[in-house]
Ligand binder design. Structure first.
Ligand SMILES: C[S@@+](CC[C@H](N)C(=O)[O-])C[C@H]1O[C@@H](n2cnc3c(N)ncnc32)[C@H](O)[C@@H]1O
Length: 217
């Protein structure tokens, strides 16, 4: 693993910010694992190739249809309202999807569906992701995207809700807020992988979590 150093935005692509020691698919064969926001299904295929029993959830109807056509075991649903019984899954992965959700509700749902001892492998956007758009992108529309992500996150932090419409599409995460959700939902942070930062903030945040405590009834 490289050092979590600042990287010059002009000299590199997003791939330079990825934690190269983080695996989304490190589960025992036979594990029941869900991919939240599976996109094109790449992680699902890799999990299945390892011998996991793999499910997928997507908010996009088109991607859900595409997944079914590709013979993946998927459905259309939101991360904030998962169609699984409580404590029914051994594992969960979620690769840069939480920025588009109500993060507190999504993390609570992740905790609900994992059995005690179950593991989640999740990546998030950090402040450095938005700052890099805002400060370095040649396209002004993407600079505005970076700005509105920061404004929306400040609003979400203050009010607990996202801004409506265009302004509210994305928020970045912070380790501090995530740790609060984990503590409230019986999740223990087993590992935070180090990755390069931009403008002092993490670009991507990588967490391995374990469901340790049953919360509520
Ligand atoms: C950046 S893509 C990542 C896709 C995939 N995880 C990957 O890494 O290739 C974000 C995905 O999250 C999905 N998404 C957005 N909001 C969601 C929600 N509330 N619940 C579930 N999926 C959501 C989008 O449809 C999109 O496929």
């Amino acid at each position: 693993m490289g050092p979590a150093s600042a990287v010059s935005a002009t000299s590199c692509e997003w791939s330079d910010y990825i934690a190269d020691d983080f695996s989304f698919i490190d589960f025992e064969p036979g594990s029941r694992v869900v991919d939240i926001g599976f996109g094109a299904g790449e992680q699902m295929r890799r999990l299945s190739a390892r011998g996991c029993r793999t499910f997928g959830v997507e908010y996009s109807g088109a991607l859900a249809v595409h997944g079914r056509q590709a013979a993946l075991d998927v459905c259309r649903a939101a991360a904030e309202q998962l169609p699984f019984r409580s404590a029914s899954l051994d594992g969960l992965i979620c690769k840069v999807v939480v920025p588009y959700t109500d993060e507190a509700e999504a993390v609570a749902e992740f905790a609900r569906v994992l059995r005690p001892g179950g593991v989640a492998r999740i990546s998030y956007h950090g402040l450095g992701y938005s700052m890099r758009y805002l400060l370095t992108d040649p396209n002004w529309k993407r600079r505005v995207y970076g700005l509105r992500t920061i404004v929306n996150t400040l609003f979400y932090r203050a009010i607990g809700r996202r801004l409506p419409g265009f302004w509210g599409d994305t928020i970045y995460q912070s380790s501090h807020r995530l740790r609060r959700y984990y503590a409230a939902n019986g999740l223990t942070l087993r590992k935070e992988h180090r990755a390069p930062r931009f403008a002092g903030g993490p670009v991507f945040i990588y967490h391995v979590l374990e469901k340790t405590v049953k919360v509520g009834g």
